[in-house]
Design a protein around this ligand. Sequence first.
Ligand code: NAD
Length: 354
Amino acid sequence: MTAFWTEPDYDDHELVQLVHDRASGLTAIFAIHSSHLGPGAGGTRFWHYPDPKDAMRDALRLSRGMSYKNAMAGLPMGGGKAVILADENRNKTPEMLAAFGDAVDALGGRYVTAEDVGISEADMVAVAARTRHVSGLPAAGDDAAGGDPGPFTAMGIYHGIKAAVRHKLGKDSVAGIHIAIQGTGSVGGGVAKLLARDGANLTLSDINEDRAAALALELDAETASADAIMGVACDVFSPNALGAILDDAGIARLEAPIVAGGANNQLARAHHGAMLAERGILYAPDYVINAGGIISVTLEHLCREHGDHCDINEVRQRLAQIPERLEEIWQQSDSTGVSPDVVADRMAQKLIGR
Ligand code: NAD
């Protein structure tokens, strides 16, 4: 087996650690990409990987993505990620979560964890019994930050879509703008509700067709099949399900002048950002537009560390800065001819001293 540090996804990560606990059966990988701006922060993914090399690749790629996301969100945090290698049946036990909490604690605050795919708020509460280096815990009241990051991510994307519509189409409102949404889960569903409130025309799609249909009924929206959504002629295509959907075939199918959504790692390969630009499609870099969740969990964590009340309005103010950051990226892209994803990467790299 090749050493992971010779893999293309290894990017001078500061720490990569495998933890195995025989008693509970926990196997986890911790990756800290950069701590230039603060402790590595990023969620824990609980996933079954038929090939463990994919778990390592996820830990390396996702932790680097968190360095960029936290830096661009102006947060005093570096980039980290944990991946728990689940078995085929995705068995998750209290003992496993306790062992995971101990492993986070042993890192002494170099890594702060939170929810990601396969990890719930209740799981984070269990982890918090073993370590204080954890966030995404239930909010302490209606006016307090905390809890499920999904709605905050959705709010940031809503602001970002409005900014994209302003930049590309010169319109100050999304009323009457046709937006195709891929994925109607925690993030996509939240984005749809916010846009519907403003009078946008929505086409919704989910592989869980009942979920998309129920939301469409509630919001008076259209639906499209999971196969068709990327080819819907519309003003904005908003991916809120899977990563790597913007590949050669996906980009060729797009019938929208804007791509702006919350899915992580939307570009299949680095050159796909340029391919979007060549087609005249405005792209909102994913880790900039989808930073709402990490903004919420980070502010919650910092407040708890300092024993302060964390006002939800502070989170809302930070979310409202996402459009400014996007606008700066698009303006630089317009004036230099460099695609927005590369402009964003360069900004992020400068911020983390790379
Ligand atoms: P979720 O599991 O709540 O929802 C995802 C939805 O996408 C599900 O309803 C699923 O059925 C649907 N889906 C899966 N494949 C699909 C396909 N091919 N076509 C249409 N629908 C499909 O997850 P979520 O929390 O809403 O996250 C969505 C995306 O946003 C993920 O890429 C995630 O990494 C990213 N993200 C989430 C957050 C957050 O705060 N939750 C933050 C940043 C980024």
